[in-house]
Design a protein around this ligand. Structure first.
Ligand SMILES: Nc1nc2c(c(=O)[nH]1)N[C@H]1C(S)=C(S)[C@@H](COP(=O)(O)O)O[C@H]1N2
Ligand SMILES: [Mo]
Length: 318
Protein backbone atom coordinates (compact mmCIF):
# COMPACT_ATOMS: atom_id res chain seq x y z
CA UNK A 1 0.00 0.00 0.00
CA UNK A 2 1.33 3.37 -0.92
CA UNK A 3 -0.21 5.31 1.89
CA UNK A 4 1.34 4.98 5.33
CA UNK A 5 -1.62 3.26 6.87
CA UNK A 6 -1.89 0.19 4.73
CA UNK A 7 -5.33 -1.32 4.90
CA UNK A 8 -5.49 -5.04 5.61
CA UNK A 9 -7.63 -5.89 2.62
CA UNK A 10 -5.72 -3.70 0.22
CA UNK A 11 -3.20 -6.35 -0.66
CA UNK A 12 -2.16 -7.72 -4.01
CA UNK A 13 -4.45 -10.53 -5.02
CA UNK A 14 -1.81 -13.17 -4.30
CA UNK A 15 -1.50 -12.01 -0.71
CA UNK A 16 -5.01 -10.71 -0.19
CA UNK A 17 -6.40 -14.21 0.00
CA UNK A 18 -3.90 -16.30 1.95
CA UNK A 19 -5.12 -19.82 1.28
CA UNK A 20 -4.10 -21.09 4.66
CA UNK A 21 -6.42 -18.66 6.38
CA UNK A 22 -9.40 -20.18 4.57
CA UNK A 23 -8.33 -23.77 4.41
CA UNK A 24 -7.45 -24.14 8.04
CA UNK A 25 -10.46 -22.50 9.52
CA UNK A 26 -12.89 -25.36 9.19
CA UNK A 27 -10.50 -28.03 10.34
CA UNK A 28 -9.65 -25.74 13.24
CA UNK A 29 -13.33 -25.42 14.09
CA UNK A 30 -13.81 -29.15 13.80
CA UNK A 31 -11.16 -29.56 16.50
CA UNK A 32 -11.46 -28.49 20.12
CA UNK A 33 -10.51 -24.84 19.88
CA UNK A 34 -13.62 -23.89 17.94
CA UNK A 35 -15.86 -25.50 20.54
CA UNK A 36 -14.33 -23.43 23.30
CA UNK A 37 -14.69 -20.26 21.27
CA UNK A 38 -18.26 -21.17 20.37
CA UNK A 39 -19.37 -21.87 23.93
CA UNK A 40 -17.85 -18.73 25.43
CA UNK A 41 -20.81 -16.36 25.30
CA UNK A 42 -19.67 -12.85 24.47
CA UNK A 43 -20.23 -10.38 27.30
CA UNK A 44 -22.04 -7.95 25.02
CA UNK A 45 -24.60 -10.60 24.11
CA UNK A 46 -25.16 -11.55 27.77
CA UNK A 47 -25.61 -7.94 28.79
CA UNK A 48 -28.09 -7.40 25.98
CA UNK A 49 -30.28 -10.42 26.64
CA UNK A 50 -32.27 -12.27 24.00
CA UNK A 51 -32.68 -10.65 20.61
CA UNK A 52 -36.06 -8.86 20.54
CA UNK A 53 -36.44 -9.60 16.82
CA UNK A 54 -35.71 -13.34 17.04
CA UNK A 55 -39.35 -14.16 16.17
CA UNK A 56 -38.89 -12.63 12.69
CA UNK A 57 -36.46 -15.36 11.62
CA UNK A 58 -36.19 -17.25 9.44
CA UNK A 59 -38.00 -14.88 7.07
CA UNK A 60 -39.63 -16.18 3.92
CA UNK A 61 -37.10 -16.74 1.16
CA UNK A 62 -37.67 -14.88 -2.11
CA UNK A 63 -37.13 -17.66 -4.65
CA UNK A 64 -36.43 -15.21 -7.48
CA UNK A 65 -32.80 -14.88 -6.37
CA UNK A 66 -30.84 -18.01 -7.12
CA UNK A 67 -27.13 -18.81 -7.01
CA UNK A 68 -24.72 -20.38 -9.48
CA UNK A 69 -22.60 -21.86 -6.65
CA UNK A 70 -22.99 -23.43 -3.22
CA UNK A 71 -23.65 -21.26 -0.18
CA UNK A 72 -20.61 -20.37 1.90
CA UNK A 73 -20.49 -22.19 5.23
CA UNK A 74 -21.89 -19.98 7.98
CA UNK A 75 -18.78 -20.22 10.13
CA UNK A 76 -16.53 -19.25 7.22
CA UNK A 77 -18.52 -16.09 6.52
CA UNK A 78 -18.79 -15.30 10.23
CA UNK A 79 -15.06 -15.49 10.92
CA UNK A 80 -13.50 -13.61 8.01
CA UNK A 81 -14.73 -10.05 8.22
CA UNK A 82 -13.83 -6.51 7.28
CA UNK A 83 -14.95 -4.11 10.01
CA UNK A 84 -12.22 -1.50 10.40
CA UNK A 85 -13.87 0.05 13.43
CA UNK A 86 -12.74 -3.09 15.29
CA UNK A 87 -9.34 -3.60 13.68
CA UNK A 88 -7.71 -4.05 10.30
CA UNK A 89 -7.42 -7.84 10.46
CA UNK A 90 -10.10 -10.29 9.34
CA UNK A 91 -10.36 -11.57 12.89
CA UNK A 92 -12.61 -8.99 14.57
CA UNK A 93 -15.39 -11.18 15.99
CA UNK A 94 -14.37 -10.84 19.65
CA UNK A 95 -13.61 -7.12 19.37
CA UNK A 96 -16.92 -6.43 17.60
CA UNK A 97 -18.90 -7.92 20.51
CA UNK A 98 -18.15 -4.71 22.40
CA UNK A 99 -20.74 -2.99 20.24
CA UNK A 100 -24.02 -2.68 22.13
CA UNK A 101 -26.80 -2.90 19.55
CA UNK A 102 -29.82 -2.17 21.80
CA UNK A 103 -31.28 0.32 22.01
CA UNK A 104 -30.33 1.32 18.44
CA UNK A 105 -31.67 4.48 16.85
CA UNK A 106 -31.53 5.36 13.18
CA UNK A 107 -31.82 8.99 12.08
CA UNK A 108 -33.52 9.64 8.74
CA UNK A 109 -32.84 13.17 7.57
CA UNK A 110 -31.92 15.59 4.79
CA UNK A 111 -34.29 16.06 1.86
CA UNK A 112 -37.26 14.13 3.22
CA UNK A 113 -40.84 15.18 3.96
CA UNK A 114 -40.15 14.80 7.67
CA UNK A 115 -36.87 14.03 9.44
CA UNK A 116 -37.21 11.44 12.16
CA UNK A 117 -35.41 9.11 14.50
CA UNK A 118 -36.69 5.60 14.74
CA UNK A 119 -35.72 2.66 16.94
CA UNK A 120 -34.38 -0.31 15.00
CA UNK A 121 -36.93 -2.67 16.56
CA UNK A 122 -39.75 -0.39 15.36
CA UNK A 123 -38.37 0.00 11.87
CA UNK A 124 -37.85 -3.70 11.29
CA UNK A 125 -41.52 -4.41 12.08
CA UNK A 126 -42.83 -1.60 9.87
CA UNK A 127 -41.26 -2.81 6.64
CA UNK A 128 -41.25 -6.10 4.69
CA UNK A 129 -38.50 -8.59 5.53
CA UNK A 130 -37.37 -11.36 3.19
CA UNK A 131 -34.47 -13.72 2.66
CA UNK A 132 -32.36 -13.69 -0.52
CA UNK A 133 -29.34 -15.68 -1.63
CA UNK A 134 -26.72 -13.30 -3.05
CA UNK A 135 -23.15 -13.47 -4.25
CA UNK A 136 -20.82 -11.03 -2.48
CA UNK A 137 -17.51 -9.82 -3.96
CA UNK A 138 -14.91 -7.91 -1.93
CA UNK A 139 -12.56 -5.56 -3.81
CA UNK A 140 -9.71 -7.68 -2.39
CA UNK A 141 -10.71 -10.52 -4.75
CA UNK A 142 -12.42 -12.92 -2.36
CA UNK A 143 -16.08 -13.81 -2.56
CA UNK A 144 -18.85 -15.63 -0.76
CA UNK A 145 -22.48 -16.56 -1.30
CA UNK A 146 -24.82 -16.10 1.66
CA UNK A 147 -28.49 -15.96 2.65
CA UNK A 148 -29.20 -12.40 3.80
CA UNK A 149 -32.45 -11.34 5.43
CA UNK A 150 -33.40 -7.74 4.93
CA UNK A 151 -35.73 -4.96 3.95
CA UNK A 152 -35.63 -4.09 0.25
CA UNK A 153 -34.00 -0.63 0.23
CA UNK A 154 -36.67 0.47 -2.26
CA UNK A 155 -39.34 -0.10 0.41
CA UNK A 156 -37.30 1.90 2.92
CA UNK A 157 -36.98 4.82 0.45
CA UNK A 158 -40.76 4.87 -0.01
CA UNK A 159 -41.16 4.88 3.77
CA UNK A 160 -38.71 7.80 4.14
CA UNK A 161 -40.53 9.93 1.51
CA UNK A 162 -37.63 11.81 -0.09
CA UNK A 163 -38.26 15.20 -1.71
CA UNK A 164 -37.71 15.62 -5.44
CA UNK A 165 -34.37 17.40 -4.83
CA UNK A 166 -32.88 14.23 -3.29
CA UNK A 167 -30.47 12.69 -5.80
CA UNK A 168 -28.36 10.51 -3.51
CA UNK A 169 -28.74 8.53 -0.33
CA UNK A 170 -25.95 8.59 2.23
CA UNK A 171 -25.41 5.97 4.95
CA UNK A 172 -23.39 6.48 8.11
CA UNK A 173 -22.03 3.99 10.66
CA UNK A 174 -22.02 4.69 14.44
CA UNK A 175 -19.17 6.77 15.86
CA UNK A 176 -17.89 5.72 19.28
CA UNK A 177 -14.13 5.36 19.69
CA UNK A 178 -14.56 4.11 23.27
CA UNK A 179 -16.27 1.02 21.90
CA UNK A 180 -14.56 0.73 18.52
CA UNK A 181 -10.78 0.98 18.95
CA UNK A 182 -10.20 1.51 15.23
CA UNK A 183 -12.01 4.83 15.47
CA UNK A 184 -9.19 6.18 17.62
CA UNK A 185 -6.99 5.99 14.54
CA UNK A 186 -7.37 9.57 13.46
CA UNK A 187 -6.07 9.17 9.91
CA UNK A 188 -9.24 7.36 8.88
CA UNK A 189 -12.16 9.62 7.93
CA UNK A 190 -14.61 8.25 10.55
CA UNK A 191 -17.46 7.66 10.70
CA UNK A 192 -17.63 5.14 7.84
CA UNK A 193 -19.95 6.51 5.17
CA UNK A 194 -21.25 5.22 1.87
CA UNK A 195 -23.69 6.34 -0.76
CA UNK A 196 -25.85 5.38 -3.73
CA UNK A 197 -27.80 7.35 -6.30
CA UNK A 198 -31.56 7.32 -5.75
CA UNK A 199 -31.89 5.28 -8.95
CA UNK A 200 -29.52 2.65 -7.52
CA UNK A 201 -31.22 2.73 -4.14
CA UNK A 202 -34.62 2.08 -5.70
CA UNK A 203 -33.37 -0.79 -7.86
CA UNK A 204 -34.80 -4.12 -6.71
CA UNK A 205 -31.48 -5.53 -5.43
CA UNK A 206 -30.12 -3.49 -2.49
CA UNK A 207 -31.16 -4.73 0.93
CA UNK A 208 -31.03 -3.18 4.38
CA UNK A 209 -29.86 -6.38 5.98
CA UNK A 210 -30.89 -7.37 9.49
CA UNK A 211 -30.25 -11.11 9.38
CA UNK A 212 -28.00 -13.79 7.94
CA UNK A 213 -28.34 -17.60 7.79
CA UNK A 214 -31.91 -17.34 9.05
CA UNK A 215 -31.02 -15.47 12.27
CA UNK A 216 -30.53 -11.88 13.43
CA UNK A 217 -27.22 -10.62 12.08
CA UNK A 218 -24.25 -10.94 14.48
CA UNK A 219 -22.14 -7.89 15.29
CA UNK A 220 -19.17 -8.83 13.12
CA UNK A 221 -21.44 -8.71 10.04
CA UNK A 222 -22.77 -5.24 10.97
CA UNK A 223 -25.58 -5.60 13.53
CA UNK A 224 -28.26 -4.57 13.83
CA UNK A 225 -28.63 -3.19 10.29
CA UNK A 226 -26.27 -2.91 7.32
CA UNK A 227 -26.49 -2.39 3.60
CA UNK A 228 -25.94 -5.07 0.94
CA UNK A 229 -25.42 -4.00 -2.69
CA UNK A 230 -24.55 -7.26 -4.46
CA UNK A 231 -23.31 -5.86 -7.79
CA UNK A 232 -20.75 -3.55 -6.18
CA UNK A 233 -17.51 -4.23 -4.33
CA UNK A 234 -18.10 -5.14 -0.70
CA UNK A 235 -16.89 -1.85 0.77
CA UNK A 236 -20.13 -0.22 -0.46
CA UNK A 237 -22.08 -2.49 1.91
CA UNK A 238 -21.78 -0.29 5.01
CA UNK A 239 -22.33 -1.87 8.44
CA UNK A 240 -24.08 -0.88 11.69
CA UNK A 241 -25.95 2.08 10.23
CA UNK A 242 -27.13 4.91 12.50
CA UNK A 243 -28.01 7.59 9.95
CA UNK A 244 -29.56 7.61 6.49
CA UNK A 245 -29.63 10.97 4.71
CA UNK A 246 -31.20 12.03 1.44
CA UNK A 247 -28.98 14.62 -0.25
CA UNK A 248 -28.62 16.64 -3.44
CA UNK A 249 -24.86 16.19 -3.91
CA UNK A 250 -22.84 13.02 -4.33
CA UNK A 251 -21.59 12.09 -0.86
CA UNK A 252 -17.89 11.53 -0.30
CA UNK A 253 -17.39 8.00 0.96
CA UNK A 254 -15.00 6.59 3.57
CA UNK A 255 -12.66 4.85 1.12
CA UNK A 256 -12.75 7.74 -1.31
CA UNK A 257 -11.68 9.97 1.57
CA UNK A 258 -8.81 7.63 2.33
CA UNK A 259 -7.55 6.79 -1.17
CA UNK A 260 -9.60 8.29 -3.99
CA UNK A 261 -7.18 7.10 -6.68
CA UNK A 262 -8.15 3.49 -5.88
CA UNK A 263 -11.68 3.56 -4.44
CA UNK A 264 -14.43 5.60 -5.99
CA UNK A 265 -18.12 6.25 -5.59
CA UNK A 266 -19.42 3.73 -8.14
CA UNK A 267 -17.37 0.60 -7.39
CA UNK A 268 -19.32 -1.71 -9.72
CA UNK A 269 -17.73 -5.14 -10.06
CA UNK A 270 -15.94 -5.61 -13.40
CA UNK A 271 -13.41 -8.40 -14.09
CA UNK A 272 -11.81 -6.35 -16.88
CA UNK A 273 -11.06 -3.23 -14.88
CA UNK A 274 -8.15 -4.00 -12.60
CA UNK A 275 -7.51 -2.38 -9.31
CA UNK A 276 -4.35 -0.24 -9.70
CA UNK A 277 -2.43 -2.87 -7.71
CA UNK A 278 -4.08 -6.21 -8.53
CA UNK A 279 -6.30 -8.00 -11.06
CA UNK A 280 -10.05 -8.29 -10.58
CA UNK A 281 -10.39 -11.08 -13.18
CA UNK A 282 -11.06 -13.85 -10.68
CA UNK A 283 -11.92 -14.40 -7.04
CA UNK A 284 -11.02 -16.78 -4.22
CA UNK A 285 -14.19 -18.45 -3.00
CA UNK A 286 -14.22 -18.22 0.79
CA UNK A 287 -13.88 -21.57 2.55
CA UNK A 288 -12.80 -23.46 -0.58
CA UNK A 289 -9.83 -24.02 -2.86
CA UNK A 290 -11.78 -22.64 -5.82
CA UNK A 291 -10.96 -19.57 -7.83
CA UNK A 292 -13.86 -18.49 -9.98
CA UNK A 293 -13.89 -16.00 -12.82
CA UNK A 294 -15.41 -12.74 -11.63
CA UNK A 295 -18.62 -11.70 -13.39
CA UNK A 296 -19.49 -8.25 -14.73
CA UNK A 297 -21.70 -6.53 -12.12
CA UNK A 298 -21.01 -9.66 -10.04
CA UNK A 299 -23.53 -11.47 -12.26
CA UNK A 300 -26.36 -8.96 -11.70
CA UNK A 301 -26.08 -7.10 -15.03
CA UNK A 302 -29.61 -8.01 -16.08
CA UNK A 303 -30.98 -6.11 -13.09
CA UNK A 304 -28.56 -3.17 -13.01
CA UNK A 305 -26.77 -2.48 -16.32
CA UNK A 306 -29.45 0.02 -17.39
CA UNK A 307 -28.69 2.19 -14.36
CA UNK A 308 -25.44 3.25 -16.03
CA UNK A 309 -26.71 4.24 -19.50
CA UNK A 310 -25.49 7.74 -20.18
CA UNK A 311 -22.89 7.56 -17.42
CA UNK A 312 -20.12 6.03 -19.55
CA UNK A 313 -17.85 9.01 -18.78
CA UNK A 314 -17.84 8.13 -15.08
CA UNK A 315 -15.34 5.82 -13.40
CA UNK A 316 -18.02 3.19 -12.97
CA UNK A 317 -15.75 0.28 -12.00
CA UNK A 318 -13.54 1.58 -9.23
N1 LIG B 1 -18.79 0.30 8.92
C1 LIG B 1 -18.11 -0.53 8.12
N2 LIG B 1 -18.75 -1.15 7.11
C2 LIG B 1 -18.07 -1.98 6.28
C3 LIG B 1 -16.66 -2.19 6.42
C4 LIG B 1 -16.02 -1.52 7.50
O1 LIG B 1 -14.80 -1.64 7.72
N3 LIG B 1 -16.76 -0.71 8.33
N4 LIG B 1 -15.98 -3.00 5.54
C5 LIG B 1 -16.60 -3.22 4.23
C6 LIG B 1 -15.93 -4.25 3.44
S1 LIG B 1 -14.45 -3.83 2.73
C7 LIG B 1 -16.50 -5.48 3.21
S2 LIG B 1 -15.79 -6.62 2.18
C8 LIG B 1 -17.74 -5.88 3.90
C9 LIG B 1 -17.52 -7.16 4.68
O2 LIG B 1 -18.72 -7.65 5.22
P1 LIG B 1 -18.72 -8.99 6.09
O3 LIG B 1 -17.61 -8.86 7.09
O4 LIG B 1 -20.06 -9.06 6.71
O5 LIG B 1 -18.45 -10.11 5.14
O6 LIG B 1 -18.22 -4.88 4.82
C10 LIG B 1 -18.09 -3.55 4.36
N5 LIG B 1 -18.75 -2.64 5.29
MO1 LIG C 1 -14.12 -5.43 1.04
Amino acid sequence: MLIKHRAGWELPESQATPEAAFLNRRSFLAGGAGLIAGSALPLGALAQGPDPTADLYPAKRNAAYTLDRPLTEEEDAANYNNFYEFGTSKDIVASSKRLVTRPWTIAIDGLVEKSLEIGFDDLVRKLPLEERLYRFRCVEAWSMAVPWTGIPLKAFVEFAKPLSGAKYIRFETFLNPRVAPGQSQRWYPWPYTEGLTIAEATNELPLLVTGIYGKPIPTQHGAPIRLIVPWKYGFKSVKSITKISFVAERPKTFWEGLQSSEYGFWANVNPQVHHPRWSQASEQVLGTRDRKPTLLFNGYGEQVADLYKGLEGEKLFM
